[in-house]
Design a protein around this ligand. Structure first.
Ligand code: ADP
Ligand code: MG
Length: 397
């Protein structure tokens, strides 16, 4: 259960509401190339406008160095927001200065203004109390809807909450609620599919998953560290030496918990990671010493698809192979399709590259929930508290 107050628990009419969104979108030549994050913020922004709030939107974009840098201006995002909302959005080339205050003073109920990139101020990443106070002075209420940035304790994601009544937006609350209830109250069987490049990135998630799931399917680059722990010779495949022992401990924990860990039994191998690499399929005991496993093989796909088909709860993070390249995309596609086909299961997908894979195969609409937070969802799943959520008011307070 989500224990924090949301926009629906406070009276926003006629109030100046400062909303932190995650508009950290990809840009190319000054245009937004993927508007997913802007769309994700629409329910909260629409709710506020419909309830007569004066909405001040703020976000970060990219990694400017604490000073204005035109290539990271949020100005191009205004057009996108304006189009998606179907209403005028005023852009202010300022964050907490006189220009921002004047723009806020001119607002009427139901209006939206957008501030410039909060990371143009060095106080943002430093979580400087002075900058947080200055942000707070623009508004009467603070709303955090930036789930994708909630794992960072910055001025606009956490600090500002100390100086204003602070509540969650609809996206942030839904993200936290979906991911939390998946772990605490899943329909069984609960199958987690983990892949991606590194064990080191995901060890916390693997550990926590072993407390909740019935089966854990491991593919992607990370599976080789597990295979080495089992004594398999994996050739030149990606292995993290210092994570072999933790991987072995995870397999021991799985045994104790009666969780089935499924590792690939065959691979697509190649000498190089190229778009036109020559590939072959080999059993996992037959990986040539000069080759790398770059995708799960067809027998593994069938095994994984069987487990996925029987699940009632599915969590998927991390591609099964180097899905960005045609020769190594099949395993990820097969797994994604199996997840999409199982419409009796609640399916939750998290992680930047996994979501990109889902989009590439045009399956985004066919799963239950696509998390917008990469790092934030991983932190939440490994049990780390998110500063951007912690800072908000408790429901029963
Ligand atoms: P996510 O962003 O979904 O959490 P990760 O960032 O952990 O996923 O991993 C994604 C990356 O893992 C992709 O760029 C993919 O190319 C890479 N990858 C997957 N399988 C392998 C493999 N067998 N060897 C090397 N890299 C791999
Ligand atoms: Mg990634």
């Amino acid at each position: 259960m989500f224990s924090k107050k949301t926009v629906k628990d406070v009276d926003v009419r006629g109030k100046r509401v400062l909303v932190r969104v995650d508009f950290n979108v990809p840009l190319a030549e000054g245009s937004v190339t993927d508007d997913t994050r802007v769309r994700a913020a629409l329910p909260t922004l629409r709710y506020l406008v419909d309830h007569g709030a004066r909405v001040i939107v703020m976000s970060h974009l990219g990694r400017p160095k604490g000073e204005p840098d035109p290539q990271y201006s949020l100005r191009p995002v205004r057009r996108v927001l304006q189009r998606l909302l179907g209403r005028n959005v005023v852009f202010v080339d300022d964050i907490v200065g006189a220009e921002a205050h004047e723009a806020v003073d001119r607002m009427v109920d139901g209006e939206i203004i957008m501030l410039e990139n909060v990371r143009f101020n060095p106080g943002e990443k430093a979580n400087d109390p002075e900058f947080a106070k200055a942000l707070a002075s623009l508004a009467d209420i603070y709303v955090n809807d930036a789930f994708g940035a909630a794992h960072r304790a910055h001025a606009s994601t956490a600090g500002v909450a100390q100086y204003l009544p602070a509540v969650a937006g609809l996206l942030l609350s839904r993200e936290v609620e979906t991911l939390t209830s998946m772990l605490t109250d899943p329909e069984r069987p609960f199958v987690a599919i983990l892949g991606g490049s590194k064990v080191s990135d995901k060890i916390g998630v693997i550990d926590r998953m072993l407390d909740c799931v019935d089966s854990l399917l491991i593919g992607g680059g990370m599976c080789f560290t597990f295979l080495v722990a089992k004594g398999v010779d994996v050739g030149r495949s990606l292995v993290e030496e210092e994570w072999i022992e933790p991987a072995r401990q995870m397999m021991e924990k799985a045994l104790e918990r009666d969780v089935e860990i499924m590792l690939p039994v065959d691979f697509v191998v190649a000498e190089a990671i190229e778009h036109d690499s020559e590939t072959k399929v080999v059993g996992r005991e037959e990986i040539p010493s000069d080759m790398m496993g770059l995708d799960i093989g067809p027998t593994t796909s069938e095994l994984f698809k069987g487990a996925i088909g029987m699940a009632r709860t599915i969590f998927w993070n991390g591609p099964m192979g180097v899905f960005e390249m045609k020769p190594f995309e099949t395993g990820t596609r097969e797994v994604a399709m199996a997840v999409a086909r199982n419409n009796r299961a609640v399916s939750v997908i998290g992680g930047g590259d996994s979501v990109a894979a889902l989009k590439k195969f045009d399956l985004e609409e066919r799963v239950t929930f696509v998390s917008t937070g990469g790092g934030a969802s991983m932190k939440l799943l490994e049990g780390t508290t998110l500063p951007g959520v912690e800072a908000l008011m408790d429901k029963d307070a």
